[in-house]
Design a protein around this ligand. Structure first.
Ligand code: ADP
Ligand code: MG
Length: 323
C-alpha cells in the first residue's frame, strides 16, 4: 500500500508536463502560479460521479481522459487557453490498476495541451473525480454566451449525437453488432475538447458554449443570455457516418438535438465573417457547420429544409428500433 502521499507521488507528481509559470506545484499547502500581464484568468470545475457521469464499465484511462476533457471543453467555450489543473480524487480503495490507467488518461491529455497538474486532494470514498481548470484569455477577450446578435449565423463543430448513441450502447438500451458502434462509444468515453478552435474564435465568435447537455439546451443558454431567438435547420445538423448507419433519421436528429456529452462547440458569428471562420476552422483542423441563424423573436424554432416545423413526437430511445 502506497498511502495517500505515495499515490500522489507515484501517479501524479512525477508525471505530466511542467510549466515555468508554476512557482509552486504539488507538494506544498497550495499551488502558486503566475498570471501573465494583460491576461484574465478563466476558472471552471466539473465533477464526474461513477454511474452518473460515466457508465460503470468505463475504463480507468477513459475516466481520466474525460475528467480533464470536460473541463478543457469549458475553457474552449470561453476562448481560454487551459494551463493549470487541480484534481480531487475520491477512491473506494487503493487500486494500482485503476490509478495507473486513470493517471495515464488524465496526464496524457494534459500533456497534449501542455497543462500542468499543480495540486489536488486524495480521499477514500465513492469513485468521484473533480477537476478544476484554470485558463488564460486576453483581458476582456473571453467568449461569452451573451453576445449573439440578430442575423448572426449559428455554427457547431464536429458532429453531434455520437456520444448519445454511445451512451445507449453502453447502457445496452440497444444492441448493434457493428464495429462502427465502437466509434460511437469512443465519442462518449474520449471527448476531444475543441481548445484550438476556441482560441481561434476569439474576436470572431460573438457568443459560444460547449455542447455538454445537447444542442437544443445549450443553444438555448446562448439565446437566453443574449436575449434573442433562433431558427435551426435540422437537416443541416452534422452527423457522423456511424450515427447515420446506427439509426433512422428522426432518431439521429433527436440525438443530435437532445443528447449530451458531445463536447463540441456551438457558437455564433456575424454574417459577413464566414471566410475568416472557415480559415480558423481549417487552421484548427476541425469541421464547422452552419446550422441556423439568430432571429429577433425569442425561442428556438426547429425547421426542416422545406421550412416545415420539425417535431420530436417520440422521445427516449424508441428510435433505436432498427428500421
Ligand atoms: P493538505 O493536507 O495541506 O491539503 P494534502 O496532503 O491534501 O495537503 O496534499 C499534499 C500535496 O499533494 C498538495 O500539494 C496537494 O495539492 C497535492 N495533491 C493531493 N492529492 C492530489 C492529487 N490527486 N493530484 C495532484 N496533487 C495532489
Ligand atoms: Mg488536502
Amino acid at each position: 500500500m502506497l498511502g495517500e502521499f505515495g499515490i500522489i507521488q507515484r501517479y501524479f507528481a512525477e508525471q505530466g508536463p511542467s510549466r515555468g509559470d508554476v512557482r509552486v506545484g504539488i507538494g506544498d499547502d497550495a499551488a502558486v502560479v503566475r498570471v501573465p500581464e494583460g491576461m484574465d484568468l478563466a476558472l471552471a470545475v466539473d465533477t464526474l460521479v461513477a454511474g452518473v457521469h460515466f457508465p460503470r464499465d468505463t475504463t480507468p484511462e477513459a475516466i481520466g481522459h474525460k475528467a480533464l476533457a470536460v473541463n478543457l471543453s469549458d475553457m474552449a467555450a470561453m476562448g481560454a487557453e487551459p494551463v493549470w489543473a487541480t484534481l480531487s480524487l475520491s477512491l473506494p480503495e487503493e487500486d494500482p490498476a485503476f490509478l495507473k490507467g486513470f493517471s495515464r488518461g488524465l496526464l496524457g491529455l494534459a500533456g497534449r495541451f501542455g497543462i500542468a497538474l499543480v495540486g489536488g486532494d486524495t480521499v477514500r470514498g465513492p469513485l468521484t473525480i473533480t477537476v478544476q481548470i484554470s485558463g488564460l484569455v486576453p483581458r476582456d477577450g473571453a467568449l461569452l454566451r451573451s453576445g449573439a446578435r440578430i442575423g448572426d449565423r449559428i455554427y457547431v463543430s464536429g458532429t453531434l449525437g455520437d456520444a448519445g448513441a454511445g451512451l445507449a450502447l453502453a447502457l445496452r438500451q440497444t444492441a448493434w453488432d457493428d464495429r462502427r458502434g465502437d466509434a460511437l462509444r469512443h465519442r462518449l468515453d474520449r471527448p476531444e475538447p475543441r481548445v484550438g478552435l476556441g482560441i481561434l474564435l476569439r474576436g470572431l465568435a460573438t457568443a459560444a458554449i460547449d455542447v455538454s447537455d445537447g444542442l437544443r439546451s445549450d443553444l438555448g443558454h446562448i439565446l437566453a443570455a443574449s436575449g434573442v431567438g433562433a431558427r435551426v435547420e435540422v437537416d443541416t445538423l452534422p452527423r457522423s457516418q456511424a450515427l447515420r448507419a446506427f439509426l433512422p433519421e428522426q432518431g439521429q436528429l433527436e440525438l443530435a438535438l437532445g443528447a449530451g456529452d458531445d463536447y463540441e462547440l456551438c457558437f455564433t458569428v456575424a454574417a459577413g465573417e464566414e471566410a475568416r471562420l472557415m480559415a480558423a476552422a481549417a487552421e484548427a483542423g476541425v469541421a464547422v457547420t452552419c446550422v441556423g441563424e439568430i432571429e429577433r423573436d425569442v425561442g428556438l424554432r426547429l425547421v426542416r429544409s422545406d421550412g416545415s416545423p420539425f417535431s420530436t413526437e417520440r422521445t427516449g430511445f424508441d428510435h433505436f428500433q432498427q428500421s
